[in-house]
Write a protein that binds this ligand. Structure first.
Ligand code: FE2
Length: 425
């Protein structure tokens, strides 16, 4: 007897009328025309059953702090960092936990069941580290939270940042972060990349670095990150986040750089919502978009995910934990409008992001965890177009969240009364 049988589902790969059988929290079979006894059955009515959304780049310690202690007036990355610096001394573990848990509720409601969050380690007290480690334990039954030790004020620029980062790793933070473009000089930026990659090699950890998050066409830290990855044998374990300077780099240089990145099996996370608002702030007109070169990276075989980065914090005043909104923006900014490219945008917030995080048993095949979201759309492109309602969210075969189907009743003069079930054009 199965625990759960979902029938008549469409899958992201285009298969329709598929059944997904679940037992003991895992998928045991995915097939057409499957009919077996189950404790619970669900008719998906042809809607899209997807693996859950994954956010490969977030800052849970800052989330939902918008307006504390004030609002970012210039809208720049640098004022955001300064503002976060003003907020840090005012933080308490209790407030951090409360905000983070509230955000995780939002995430689950939107079918987002795995988050890689950077956590600022430039604070002697390591308050945010302790708070998010506690949140990680609290949410573990329903959400995978992976933490990155992030020296927000610069590994070499901020006093004791390296010691604090190591203390955070000792306490259980599992990925090594960095911010080379914020170090005092390009040389110190490169030195920080080398140092952090060596630390990752020593400790057997993954790396995810904020890298070249500027409009400076001469920022070169991703080159160092790729070369250190090769030198230390870290291939496949290193991610470059943001990489916005690539937008402004010389095309000839980029043609060499992307090949180097592919050789090092670097993974990339672009953050379209935040980077379309933060970048180009020092431009008049024309204003650069400032997102990294997503289609070109994908064409080179590099794994690219889209991250949310920020929700209602010193850098970004909007957001709701909706990865379809993130993918929708990424699609527009990168002009990824072909059928294939739109599907790649959906992958960027599901399978590609899961690969960045190194999630195991993720996907819709037998043997994977029975984690999925049922969307009120028939395929990934429609899901993006409508930012589809998350009808049901499952983890290990258990229902975590459900939303009523979106519907509008129309009462138009000269037209028959009608109801449009969230699928109106
Ligand atoms: Fe970030």
């Amino acid at each position: 007897m199965l625990d759960l049988l979902i029938q008549n589902a469409s899958l992201p790969d285009g298969r329709r009328q598929m059944a997904v059988a679940v037992q003991g929290g895992s998928i045991v079979e995915v097939a057409a025309g499957l009919n077996a006894a189950a404790l619970e059955t669900l008719d998906a009515q042809g809607f899209l059953l997807s693996p859950p959304f994954v956010d490969a780049h977030f800052h849970l310690d800052a989330a939902l702090s918008y307006g504390l202690p004030r609002i970012n007036q210039s809208g720049t990355l640098l004022e955001g960092i300064a503002l976060w610096g003003e907020l840090k001394p005012l933080l308490t573990v209790e407030a951090l936990i409360e905000r983070a848990l509230a955000y995780c509720d939002w995430a689950v409601a939107r079918g987002l069941l795995a988050i890689r969050s950077h956590v600022d380690v430039c604070d002697e007290r390591l308050l945010a580290v302790d708070a998010l480690l506690q949140v990680k334990r609290l949410v573990a039954p329903y959400l995978d939270l992976q933490l990155v030790a992030f020296p927000q004020d610069g590994l070499l620029r901020a006093p004791a940042a390296l010691a604090n980062l190591q203390r955070a790793l000792d306490r259980g933070v599992e990925v090594i972060g960095g911010i080379p473009h914020f170090e005092r000089t390009a040389e110190q930026g490169a030195a920080s990349v080398r140092l952090l990659c060596e630390l990752a090699a020593e400790r057997g950890l993954r790396v995810d670095m904020h890298c070249d998050e500027s409009d400076d066409p001469l920022s070169r830290h991703v080159e160092t990150l790729a070369s250190e990855t090769e030198r230390l044998g870290l291939q496949g374990r290193v991610t470059g986040s943001h990489l916005t300077s690539m937008h402004s780099m010389d095309n000839y240089y980029v043609s060499k750089l992307i090949a180097l990145m592919a050789e090092a099996q670097l993974q990339v996370v672009a953050n379209p919502l935040i980077n379309i608002t933060l970048q180009g702030r020092h431009d008049s007109y024309p204003k650069r978009r400032g997102m990294t070169r997503v289609p070109e990276l994908l064409a080179a075989g590099i794994n690219v995910a889209f991250g949310h980065d920020c929700v209602m914090d010193p850098w970004y005043s909007l957001g709701s934990g909706d990865m379809l909104e993130v993918a929708h923006m990424g699609l527009h900014v990168a002009q990824m409008t072909s059928q294939t490219a739109m599907r790649q945008c959906f992958d960027a917030v599901t399978v590609n992001a899961a690969r960045v995080m190194g999630l195991e048993h993720y996907g819709l095949q037998a043997g994977c965890h029975a984690d999925f979201v049922l969307l009120q759309a028939r395929d990934p492109i429609e899901a993006l177009r409508l930012r589809a309602t998350r009808l049901k969210v499952f983890r290990r075969g258990k229902l975590l969240a459900e939303s009523p189907a979106a519907a509008v009743s129309l009462h138009l003069p000269g037209r028959p009364e009608s109801t449009c079930f969230g699928l109106c054009p």
